[in-house]
Design a protein. Structure first.
Length: 324
């Protein structure tokens, strides 16, 4: 994706900023602010923000995140924004996805907003994110691709196969996000009632979803292997992290590996895409009903799925070409 943001060296960005006298911060203020910034966030958001601030720490060459925050806070309005501008340009230069760049900048803006709210700085971080394209591929591998993954898994009889069947079933049958899947604990699943309690994206409370019979059977098969003792529902089998909670990255690796074995290119979110597109097909584009399934907050997101599903732009293009 092309971008209009050139790389601006840190030194050049500093020269562009007006020279102001930095305001000294109280002792230990940055550390307290960082601690307050992390407090009360759910585990997935916390992990993401920690990675984001750690990346900023590396960029400014600080020893700790607290030290990086102090460098940002103490610069004053112009210099702090120049630093953030240089950081944005460096992220673009590294070829990171717009969503990643925007999340990292959002973490910095939120940190400064907290500092401003608490009276440590009188200014805000105003560097905006980069433009990201709307969903380009909302179809995923489709129902046929999902069935090919199940065929690959049916040829295996190991414990990992039982786990992986349950994983892909949740990703497709319930259109769960990878973070929602790996955050599940055993106590979130009630096979007798046929439900699972899912902590959705950006939510603070779990929502109860009904399990279809094939999904319930897959979870029952996995729990027969794993056991029903409390803890993470999905665990790692690798030697280094055996028994620990499966991570989002590991889930990506598992799904991509299954896709390769099936002759497909598949990722976890692709299965969610496929499920939502299939739901729109089955319900003839009833986005209101499908919204209950996909749990999208913004109906406009589902409209993009529906537009891509029907290829309205392609239909018009064919009519125009025919008329010429």
């Amino acid at each position: 994706m092309e971008t209009t943001f050139p790389f601006i060296p840190l030194e050049a960005a500093m020269e562009l900023a007006p020279v102001v006298s930095p305001r000294p911060l109280p002792d230990h203020a940055p550390a307290r602010l960082v601690e307050a910034f992390f407090a009360g966030r759910n585990r997935r958001t916390l992990e993401a923000y920690r990675r984001d601030l750690e990346d900023f720490r590396s960029f400014v060459g600080a020893r700790t995140v607290d030290e990086a925050a102090e460098r940002l806070f103490s610069r004053g309005h112009g210099e702090a924004n120049a630093l953030a501008l240089s950081y944005r340009a460096e992220l673009v230069e590294r070829g990171l996805a717009p969503a990643t760049i925007n999340r990292r900048l959002a973490a910095l803006r939120s940190l400064v907003k907290l500092a401003r709210t608490l009276g440590f700085v009188p200014w805000a971080l105003e560097v905006s994110g980069v433009k990201s394209e709307a969903y380009r591929d909302t179809r995923g591998p489709g129902p046929s691709g999902f069935r090919r993954l199940l065929v690959v898994l049916a040829e295996r009889t190991d414990a990992k196969a039982a786990r992986d069947v349950a994983l892909v079933r949740l990703l497709y049958d319930l259109a769960l996000r990878r973070g929602e899947v790996v955050s599940l604990d055993v106590e979130d699943v009630d096979l007798e009632a046929g439900t699972v309690d899912v902590l959705g994206k950006g939510r603070t409370e779990r929502v109860r979803l009904t399990l279809p019979e094939p999904t319930k059977a897959a979870l029952r098969g996995w729990l027969a292997v794993r056991g029903t003792e409390p803890g993470p529902l999905f665990v790692n089998f690798d030697r280094a992290g055996k028994g620990s909670r499966l991570t989002g990255r590991s889930l990506c690796r598992i799904v991509r590996g299954l896709g390769t074995a099936a002759g497909l290119e598949v990722r976890p979110h692709g299965l969610r895409h496929a499920a939502i597109t299939e739901a729109l097909d089955l319900l003839r584009g009833d986005v209101r009903k499908v919204q209950r399934f996909s749990r999208h907050r913004d109906l406009r997101t589902l409209n993009r799925y529906d537009d891509n599903r029907e290829d309205l732009g392609g239909e018009v293009a064919r009519l125009v070409a025919a008329g010429a």
